[in-house]
Design a protein around this ligand. Structure first.
Ligand code: SAH
Length: 226
């Protein structure tokens, strides 16, 4: 399938931005497998009608409920950084429009995605079904607790920024697994963190890139009494 001219232009922009940010991310190019899958997901189908003309611009867009669909470059980069294999089982926290979940679904065996806003979960579930993504399950819940019934996961991707990494998400990662999460707030700034769990269960965290995400809501971290 030849990508549309709009998609082709977007892929070129993503390739260029990936090259420009290589000193941060350690990646000068995304894998062909990820780019191919990216080209096959119709981003316009995850937006409301009025925003469809902007669907292939390299920028985040509103999806209602004060939430956004991430910038295409960030979606492609995060997907690449997970180093996904066809047999993988992936957890996403923050389904939003379902766009990131659709891209993941093209690359792995099964995607489980949690969304805290009931209306967004409902719309995304219906949309993914209609578009034929049979290997994505969307559930309305607070992602802080992960999804123990389907754990452990080969990869976990969080698409909203948390003050800290929810411990359950690290626990539910397989040895050898990777977790991507933006950490920080809108004042101190956010960093995209890559957490790798080695074969012995040891955890290493690396900062990938400064980013801007909407906040992860729901369970507050435990606060010390004043
Ligand atoms: N991945 C999405 C973009 C998500 S924006 C896409 O491709 O469209 C972040 C999403 O995280 C929002 O939809 C927000 O409602 C959701 N969210 C915020 N806090 C959450 C939580 N604790 N658990 C699950 N989802 C959460």
């Amino acid at each position: 399938m030849t990508p549309s001219p709009e998609m082709q232009a977007l892929l070129d922009e993503i390739r260029a931005e990936v090259r420009e940010t290589r000193l941060y991310t350690g990646r000068a190019a995304l894998s062909e497998r990820v780019l191919q899958a990216f080209a096959e997901v119709p981003r316009h189908a995850f937006l409301t009608d009025v925003l469809r003309p902007a669907a292939y611009a390299n920028r985040p867009l509103p999806i209602g409920h004060e939430q956004t669909i991430s910038q295409p470059y960030i979606v492609a980069l995060m997907t690449d950084l997970l180093d996904l294999e066809p047999d993988d089982i992936v957890l996403e926290v923050g389904t939003g429009s379902g766009y990131q979940a659709a891209l993941l679904a093209k690359l792995v065996k099964q995607v489980y995605s949690l969304e805290i806003v009931a209306a967004l979960a409902e719309t995304a579930r219906e949309r993914l079904h209609r578009l034929g993504y049979g290997n994505v399950e969307v559930h309305q819940d607070d992602g802080h607790a992960g999804w123990p019934e389907h754990a452990p996961f080969d990869a976990v991707i969080v698409t909203a920024a948390a003050p800290d990494i929810p411990p359950a998400l690290i626990e539910q990662l397989k040895p050898g697994g990777r977790l991507l999460i933006p950490v920080g707030d809108r004042y101190s700034g956010q960093d995209l963190l890559l957490i790798e769990k080695d074969r012995h269960g040891r955890v290493r965290r690396n900062s990938v890139l400064p980013v801007i995400f909407v906040p992860l809501t729901g369970a507050e971290p435990t606060r010390r009494p004043p």
